[in-house]
Design a protein around this ligand. Sequence first.
Ligand code: A3P
Length: 392
Amino acid sequence: MLESNNFHKVPHRTANMSGAKERLQLQEKFEIMPETLGGQFRKDFPPYLDGLVRSEPHHYVTTPEFAKNAEDIYNLAPRPDDIYVSTFPKCGTTWVQELVWMVVNQCDFEKSKKEQLSIRSPFLEMNYMLPLKLAEKFEREAICRKANSPLVDKIMELICYWNLMDWLRPFIRKAISFVLGDCLRDLEQIDQMAGPRVIKSHLPLYLLNPSVLNTSKVVYVARNPKDVIVSYYHYHRLLEFHHYTGNLEAFADYFMTDRVYSAPFFPHLLDAWNKRHHPNLHFVFYEDLKKDLRGEIQKIAKFLGKTLTEDQLVKLTEHLRFDNFAKNETVNCEIGKEIGLMNNSGNFIRKGKTGDWKNHFSPELNERIDKWMQTNLEGTDLRFITELEQQD
Ligand code: A3P
């Protein structure tokens, strides 16, 4: 069993966040998934040197690094003016993050152009997902690439040789911010951030502070799992942290058998779906955003108690349209390519379609996915937009 305090942590304040009275104990316990330590899995996901872990009792799949920090994240105190954008990965998080940030910041287009979305709206668990060795590699490469000097290469080599990366991490992070501009906030910075905070998280609700839903507002975004599988597959090939080398069919199997980061898919969605009538939770489908972006912006603004002028609404709808969004350098994560976090196999803001799965699945694979969906939706009233409606 992985206990938070037995492992090396990414340095940040580990006491109660925001002066909370008592440190909360996370009931979820994480154990290494032995099948992820060798065999075909290790070949398909070469960077997962330490494998993945699965939690009990909820079976959440994540990295050992996250497991070490999960309780600190759980202890981040929510505030009444916080808005959490909560999703399973690839459901339209970035899109809705920018939407929500704009709505709560009076459509401040100027600021949104100047500052990375990841700074305006931090990704709660981002700093705590990567295995430390891999994070060090990215940090080292980012600095060397940017400095483009044999002397810096040599210094970084020595720092790694003497195992000083850990000790120097706060300095290294500052150096990276200096050369690349700010693009990450750690937990302590999130804790101290001025409100209203728009916080992105892929964590299921039970891994967030248990007061979140009664204290803050949550916008939950869901998407048809067939398009999520395709989008997640491309993302796993794009991100050097995953560097997936297998094919789509094998990836779909990993996805359906809960052997990908953030799995299992259905419990994540169903937990939020079952809470959708809570006054602090707004549930939105990616497919509805595609169908009527303007209408969904209005619904979200109403949920957040904000009113947009006609002019703001028109401009925001345009700002969020796929073509504009994909070109927008503060949201499209192209900076990830500079840091070496992403390769050149594609783009983070990729295609933005509903029903793209039809270009990828064989009839046999589609049938298997249909069965998997049917089994998981049995006894629930959650339904995804049907195939016919998905033409766009
Ligand atoms: P695809 O890979 O299918 O293109 P997340 O932000 O949760 O990682 O979700 C990423 C998915 O949302 C990607 O899907 C991406 O292209 C899509 N997306 C991002 N911005 C979008 C926009 N403005 N309009 C439509 N889809 C968008």
